[in-house]
Each structure stands twice: as C-alpha cells, then as structure tokens.
Design a protein around this ligand. Structure first.
Ligand code: ZN
Length: 367
C-alpha cells in the first residue's frame, strides 16, 4: 500500500497517528516511506511519484500542482516536472506573465476537484488518500460554485480564517448591504470605488454589482475581466478607467460612478488622485472586515466580509465532510485552528515551515 493511513480516533478521543513523526514539524513521515513536507510549497513523496503543491520556485519532482493563479501560488516552471493545473489557471497565469505550458491531461494518482476559490482553482486528491485544498471556498458566489470536499484519510487544509471571530454573514445579506451603501452614495452624488484582489474578487464584484452604471475598471481589473469573458464568464464589458484623459474626466464630473480597483493603500497615487479630484467613498471586500479594526486601520469608508475563502464554520464543516484520520492545517491561524479541531475530536496539527509568512490582518495594513 503506498500510504499507510494515519490512525483514526479511539472512541472519539483524539490521539496521535501511530505511524507519524513528532507533531508541529514541517515534515511528516509515514511508515510506508511516504512523506509530506512544508517549505517551498508542500511536497508529497509517495512510493511511485513525488508531487509539489503550489511551490514558490520550481522543484525537482515528478509533478507540480498549481492550484490557482494568485501570485502567491505562482512560480516559473523549470526542469521536467509535469505541471498539473486547470486550463483557466494556465490562461490567467499567462496574463500575469507565467507560462505553465499546455494541459497535462490526466495524471494517474492525482485527481483534481473545483476548490471554489477563483476561476479555475482546484484542490488535489493524491493517491485517493491525501486531499490538499489549496485556497478554497465552500460557498456559491456569483459565477463561482463552492467546493464540495471529498472523503479522504489525510486532509491538508488552508486555515486562513481559522479563528472563531471570522464567521461571515450569508452572501445575500452582504450583497444587499453593498447595494444600500452604493445607493446612499449615489443619492448624494458621491462616486464609489469598490476594491478587492484584481484577480478573483474584482470579477466577483463586477458580477454582483453590474446593475449599477456607469462602472469603470482599473487597468489591472480590466485585463482580468477580459480574460474571464474570453473564457466564457458572463461579465459585462465595462470600460477601463482612463485617468488623465480630458473627455473621460469631463464625463466623470457629470455624476456619480463606480470604479472597481485593486486593494490599494491610501498612499497610492491612484487613490490619492481620485480622492483629490472626486472625493469618492471607498469600500473594500475581504474576510478581514470581520475585524473591527480593519476599517480604522485601512481608512476605507466601508468594508464588507465577502471572501473567496472559507470562514471558520465553513472550515469545520469541510473537515467534518472529509472525515479524515488526520488533518494538517496551513496558512493563517494554523495552530489555533488545529487546536479547535482537536477539541472537536479530530486528530489535527499545523504543518509548519511554509516559506510565506502567515496571512494575517496586519499583512493587509502594511501593503
Ligand atoms: Zn488564492
């Protein structure tokens, strides 16, 4: 058997898998010789192949899995490692200057599933036993369908929002609040800037609030929206924001409008210029908005917790659905969330040693 399964609970009491090395390590050995390690992405070595999951730099392994096209999951492939990625991820990576090559076709021992995070994002099931979620959302949002999860022996899951305060409202509730916010601004002739990641969040914003007009797009969002339209996503073709164009600026001065832009610091020239000329209300979309300090620290007028990740409860539901013998948590509140899972009777530990600093509220404030 390529993997010996991590041990299940004994009468509901969490216990350490008998065949694993010490916990809180960046490397976990199975007695079969298989191994999971966390460093430059996560690497799984089995008796028949090795696979690197979302590395930051090319790895000398048989397969490299690129779960989605966010920059922190991208690398420039080198060597002979076969890239496993969806066609959408390959297309979006290309727009961002990364060439992941052409589709790999099926790879024996690696099955991929929609992870519901952004267009083309995937989770991977290795050897029918280890399920790696990558970034994921289990909620349906706009044109995205939530991840359903899969039964597995070992679950390697993201835990970005793995703290109990991060429980997001229903998406419909948030959408209604945003419409009200835009309505209030428009009533007082105040333009609105809606901000989020240029890939993923910005397309969701474009989709959810497309009934307002006029809407213009920051150049980085414009490129990503076009790419989505090319791949069949039903987004309206909004014009790009032409800063410095005299005719365009005359048009802007005639009434309220919306610009969809990346999350930018108040110190960025784009935001400074907009504020100076038009005094728009700035709203942002992130799960960190659940933290009362977020608005104060970022200086935005409104923050809505519409996220492309699971919230705390979604993460727990996913773990229950997958019913693994062992859970390893990565990113965000990895240690804290693993402790929560242990309280619920799971066998869980953080998989430490990631190359990236953990994503926290403060990492957004600094940018
Ligand atoms: Zn992501």
């Amino acid at each position: 058997m390529p993997f010996e399964s991590a041990r299940l609970f004994a009468r509901g009491v969490a216990c350490r898998p008998m065949n694993e090395s010490k916990p809180k390590s960046n490397r976990v050995h199975f007695s079969s010789g298989a191994e999971i390690s966390n460093g430059n992405g996560i690497t799984i070595r089995t008796d028949s192949f090795s696979i690197s999951l979302d590395p930051k730099a090319a790895m000398p392994v048989d397969y490299t899995f690129v779960s989605h096209a966010h920059i922190d999951h991208m690398h420039s492939p080198k060597g002979k490692s076969k890239i496993i990625a969806s066609q959408e991820t390959r297309n979006l990576a290309k727009v961002r200057g990364y060439n992941l090559g052409s589709a790999s076709g099926d790879v024996p021992g690696v099955e991929v599933f929609d992870s519901g995070h952004i267009l083309g994002s995937k989770a991977a099931l290795v050897k029918d036993k280890i399920f790696y979620t990558g970034d994921l959302s289990t909620r349906d949002r706009g044109f995205l369908r939530g991840c359903k999860g899969v039964k597995c022996e070992t679950l390697v899951m993201e835990s970005t929002y793995g703290r109990s305060r991060y429980v997001f409202p229903e998406i419909e509730t948030m959408v209604a609040q945003v419409h009200r916010f835009i309505g209030h601004c428009f009533d007082s002739c105040r333009p609105v800037v809606l901000t989020g990641y240029p890939l993923g969040k910005a397309q969701l914003i474009s989709y959810l609030f497309s009934t307002w007009e006029p809407i213009y797009l920051h150049e980085s969002v414009f490129r990503m929206n076009l790419s989505h339209i090319d791949m069949g996503i039903d987004l309206k073709r909004f014009a790009d924001f032409q800063s410095g164009n005299e005719n365009f600026e005359a048009k802007l001065s005639r009434g309220p409008w919306i610009v969809i832009a990346p999350t930018l610091s108040n110190r960025s020239p784009f935001v400074k210029e907009l504020k100076q000329k038009y005094n728009p209300a700035i709203a942002t979309f992130t799960g960190w908005a659940m933290d009362s300090r977020y608005r104060y620290l970022t200086g935005v007028d409104a923050a809505f917790p519409i996220s492309d990740h699971c919230d705390y409860r979604d993460l727990i539901e996913l773990a229950k659905y997958c019913s693994p013998s062992m859970v390893y948590t990565v990113h965000g509140f990895a240690a804290e969330f693993a402790a929560h899972l242990r309280e619920l009777g799971f066998n869980a530990e953080p998989l430490e040693g990631g190359a990236e600093p953990q994503e926290r509220l403060t990492s957004f404030i600094a940018s």
